[in-house]
Design a protein around this ligand. Structure first.
Ligand code: SF4
Ligand code: SF4
Length: 100
């Protein structure tokens, strides 16, 4: 893992340490095929829910994982920042509500 990626992980863990699990259960959906492990979602997540990991199956060598789903507050920052539409927040709920 690159130095910047390890730093993004560490910063995320520090943010998480200052939070409590979310009272609302939010569902995160990852599409591994689309994820290039750029780490943008890890950097913007205010609660440190996501982490990068070395992934030999990813052609860029890194992928993202949901490391502590219970901390997700459903803010959608990750979904909005992801350049590759590889992560969705409460996707099923949005469909039920008539969202796109
Ligand atoms: S889910 Fe999107 S923003 Fe996050 S690492 Fe993968 S490609 Fe980057
Ligand atoms: S919805 Fe917000 S809290 Fe949940 S993983 Fe995405 S950025 Fe983090």
């Amino acid at each position: 893992m690159e130095k910047e990626e390890a730093k993004a992980n560490q910063d995320a863990l520090e943010r998480r340490a200052r939070k409590k699990p979310s009272p609302k259960q939010n569902k995160l959906t990852l599409v591994p095929l689309y994820c290039k492990g750029c780490g943008l979602c890890v950097e913007v997540c205010p609660t440190g829910t996501l982490q990068l990991y070395d992934d030999p199956k990813n052609k860029f060598g890194t992928s993202v994982k949901i490391d502590a789903q219970e901390y997700c507050i459903g803010c959608k920052m990750c979904e909005l920042q992801c350049p590759d539409f590889a992560i969705f927040v409460n996707y099923e709920e949005g469909k039920k509500e008539g969202g796109k």
